[in-house]
Write a protein that binds this ligand. Structure first.
Ligand SMILES: [Zn+2]
Length: 253
């Protein structure tokens, strides 16, 4: 069994066939999916998906791309949504310095507020860190013991080790299957298996041989297979280990 810990099933890319696609996951052994939100509208869509399907969990929160529209009311709303069944985390939130559409100081303020809420409520947080390693860590270190997962990790072995030392988890997606994947295979061979999660980040980042096409949770076994090659085990065993990790991290079961 497999757990896709980071999907965007509310994305318009799934509008035409969402229901039939979701029903098809189980045939591929994907028994749990966590939908990550991008903004408040997306957070409500995540809640709706989690109410409709008992194997869909949700994270609610605001991505740095939408940080400019963030308000105090949104923070209160996030707290309220976290009381619902299967809404288990805050995210995805963080910092994205690759695109400079949103001023970094606004991104930092919005990430800081969501991290503070996660810490206060004892809920895990899903971190988006793109070209913002130092600032991301600086904010998270303000909340010692916070449960964080770095999603779609593409950093160095040294950086991964630092995150593991802080008790964080690291999540990997389709990029590990790319021929030009540089750091990810090294990181996966270096850090403890117990800190690794699987994700698709669908509809983006489809694994080989679907690279460039629409991604979805049914492709998780392809990612597990690649990690299995690095770990010297079957995709099923990778699925078993990473599902256990995800259940622990998100406090499910
Ligand atoms: Zn995402």
């Amino acid at each position: 069994m497999f757990f896709d810990t980071h999907a965007h099933l509310d994305d318009t890319a799934f509008d035409a066939d969402r229901a039939s696609l979701i029903e098809s996951f189980k045939d591929t052994g994907v028994t749990r999916v966590l939908n990550a939100s991008s903004n408040m509208a997306s957070s409500h869509a995540t809640v709706a998906l989690s109410e409709k399907y008992d194997f869909i969990y949700g994270a609610v929160g605001v991505h740095p791309d939408s940080a400019e529209r963030f308000s105090e009311e949104d923070l209160e709303e996030i707290e309220k949504l976290l009381t619902l069944p299967r809404i288990v985390a805050i995210g995805e939130c963080g910092l994205d310095y690759y695109y400079d559409d949103v001023p970094p100081e606004i991104q930092r303020e919005v990430f800081d507020k969501q991290a503070a809420l996660a810490y206060e409520l004892g809920r895990p947080i899903i971190v988006h860190d793109r070209d913002a390693h130092r600032d991301c860590l600086e904010i998270l270190k303000k909340f010692p013991g916070i449960a964080a997962v770095y999603h779609c990790f593409s950093g160095s072995v040294e950086y991964a080790r630092e995150l593991v030392k802080l008790g964080f988890y690291v999540s990997f997606g389709g990029a590990v299957t790319f021929k030009n994947a540089r750091c990810a295979p090294e990181v996966l061979k270096d850090i403890p298996h117990e800190r690794v999660l699987l994700e698709t980040d669908c509809p983006y980042m489809a694994p080989v041989p679907h690279r460039g096409k629409r991604n979805h949770p049914g492709f998780i076994p392809l990612i597990a297979e690649k990690i299995g090659e690095l770990w010297g085990m079957s995709a099923e065993e990778v699925g078993r280990i990473t599902t256990k990790n995800a259940n622990t991290f998100f406090c499910i079961d």
